[in-house]
Design a protein around this ligand. Sequence first.
Ligand SMILES: [Zn+2]
Length: 67
Amino acid sequence: MIQGVCPICGKRFEVASIADHPGFPFCSNRCKLVDLGRWIDGRYVVPGVELRPEPDPAASSDEENEE
Ligand SMILES: [Zn+2]
């Protein structure tokens, strides 16, 4: 088992192997896409300066709207 902590949502998860979980180190493909989207947005233009992930407005602003 490989344990990981998703850098996007902070969720802990376990995978049998990285081959079984192409999205690693993200917990899901959705978080992987969120990360990719941030890169595309240019928020990570200066890596290492701002490591605090911004809350995802779609995920955190409205807790009763969980998927
Ligand atoms: Zn996640």
